[in-house]
Design a protein around this ligand. Structure first.
Ligand SMILES: *[C@@H]1O[C@H](CO)[C@@H](O)[C@H](O)[C@H]1NC(C)=O
Ligand SMILES: *[C@@H]1O[C@H](CO)[C@@H](O)[C@H](O)[C@H]1NC(C)=O
Length: 202
């Protein structure tokens, strides 16, 4: 299922920790068993080409303790080409993966983290798709280029049995993640410029 379009421009709010801004999303007519796929369109309109920002959407599964994130992060250019990093994670204890893009653990806790880097383009809308694949019983994260149609595989994981589909609402957020390790000091004054489009709706 694709989110209908309400365009939300995230302005940067100054926070006391790594969390810098949030935007709520919700969908109607979601069955009690949850959604078996969801798509979050996202464009990083402008940002410094450095590591540090995470533009993310959180999604919950119908089991209240099960959730994950997917999102985009800028990276330094390589060989004159822009590079984006896409992340797809599960913060659910008991998640497993055999995907080469994934490893165990999520932010130091239980779960699985998957990521990929490719020559992504600033200003272009990417559809971040999280979809259940019945044949493998995996949840698969993909980035789809809305201009070329290219599909970039972020990763895949299996949730513990009994966890249902994706629930109807959550929040997206912007994080300047070096703050998690208190870098740099006096960080609010040093936050790099960014402008991001998260397109979402209900
Ligand atoms: C960068 O370009 C050089 C020369 O074309 C090539 O040999 C090298 O593999 C490239 N590096 C990356 C990371 O793409
Ligand atoms: C994760 O699940 C395992 C097995 O059920 C359990 O032993 C462990 O304590 C759990 N870890 C956390 C952080 O909940």
């Amino acid at each position: 299922m694709k989110l209908s379009l309400n365009t939300v421009m995230l302005a940067l709010a100054v926070g006391a920790n790594a969390f810098t801004g949030a935007v709520h999303w919700s969908m109607t007519n979601v069955p009690s068993t949850g959604l078996m796929d969801i798509t979050f369109p996202m464009a990083i309109l402008e940002a410094d080409h450095i590591s540090g920002y995470y533009f993310a959407q959180q999604f919950d599964f119908t089991d209240p303790s099960a959730f994950g994130y997917t999102g985009l992060q800028p990276r330094p250019d390589r060989n004159g080409s822009t590079v984006l990093h896409a992340a797809f994670s599960s913060f659910t204890n008991g998640t497993t993966s055999t995907d080469a893009n994934c490893h165990n653990g999520a932010d130091g806790g239980p779960g699985v983290s998957c990521s990929v880097e490719w020559n992504g383009v600033y200003g272009r809308t990417y559809n971040l798709e999280v979809a259940y694949e019945p044949s493998s019983k995996n949840w698969v994260g993909s980035v789809i280029d809305t201009v070329t149609g290219q599909r970039v595989h972020m990763g895949s994981y299996k949730l513990p049995s009994g966890v249902g589909g994706i629930a109807s609402s959550e929040v997206g957020f912007i994080e300047w993640y070096p703050w998690n390790v208190r870098v740099p000091p006096n960080h609010c004054a040093k936050l790099p410029y960014q402008k991001t489009h998260l397109i979402m709706g209900g």
